[in-house]
Ligand binder design. Sequence first.
Ligand SMILES: *Cc1c(COP(=O)(O)O)cnc(C)c1O
Length: 405
Amino acid sequence: MTTILSRRPQLQHLTAQLDELKQRGTYFHLRVLEDMQNPVCTYDGRRVINLASNNYLGLTSHPKLIEAAVDATHKYGVGSGAVRTIAGTMRIHMELEEKIARFKNVEACVVFQSGFAANAGTVSSILGKEDFILSDELNHASIIDGARLSRAKIKVFRHKDVAHCEELLRELEKEPGRKLIITDGVFSMDGDIGPVDKLADLAERYGAIMMVDDAHASGVLGRNGRGSIDHFGCHGRVDIQVGTLSKAIGALGGYVCGSRDLIDYLYHRARPFLFSTSHPPSVAATCIAAFDLLETEPERIDRLWENTRYFKTELGRSGFNIGGITTPASESPITPIIIGDGGATMSFSRALFDEGVMATGIGFPTVPEGKARIRTIMTSEHTREQLDQALETIERVARKVGVLA
Ligand SMILES: *Cc1c(COP(=O)(O)O)cnc(C)c1O
């Protein structure tokens, strides 16, 4: 069957593009994990130190979360059976939303199937074609897609450039449409923190809606991982807070926090909420248990930051370009090793893997052309020995493949 399909001409343009990727050295295959998502695990049959996951707090394999998922499955089954608005809202979905709202200190919360769905579904539904979106140039793809779907006019400001954002707002002052300012709390490819407080000032001054995507900040920044709004003391000043349940929380999903009316509106208008089935009960139960852990095991977050400071300081000392963040008081557990060329980055990543370090190469279109990088992510569960071994390997392999002098 497959051989017959592969000979059909209809999709030949895809094959041509894949050939081009192969020529440029940026073609990849998916590395397959054969055990749990842990600091040391097995991909493609090889034991590696894992510097690539978003499992910041090691919760993907936490016994209490596993138990919560199994218990919920026995009690409520494996699926919810429908979209939320038809028949698929289970008691446990409501419990999770109430828990997140309390944790984030907001009136209400709605959970989506993913962070991607939360962003895209929210941005696309709250604005129309007469409105404006002011978006940081490095904002996540799901924000960009949501902005396009909304048909609002998109104004991109330079990365973290508050003055540029204000300039754009001033140009729009006479426009009757609504304005939405949106930034990532922590930027996923560079690991730096968005100027949430200063953008919130602007939003107030210009009457704009303020939205923050805290996918990489939730469980990481702020008291007990409450996120960038808590980190900046901006409670009550951000209209829309998005978070993910797929990274530090260890399971899957995304959520939006804000006023009761915002959430009620999304119940009625956000298309992923209306047209895609809700989480299995096991996922909701897992997430509830994870938010409990943020309160009862805050030492995980302390360990995450200790590891982050150590790893970032040592990497910077080796002479890598780690994205301008060289101070030991690093901004987040994400540390890019910027190489530039896509092909060189991918072969560096492959060489690292062969030597026992899993650190994913990331190139265009995830990051701009010429900014290809190895992205490393710390977790609370890496031991000092594992970090030292990873650092030694990274430096040695970098010299061998010629990306470090
Ligand atoms: C990962 C990520 C998302 C998407 O979250 P998922 O739950 O994985 O869909 C959204 N925004 C940012 C900034 C992210 O890094």
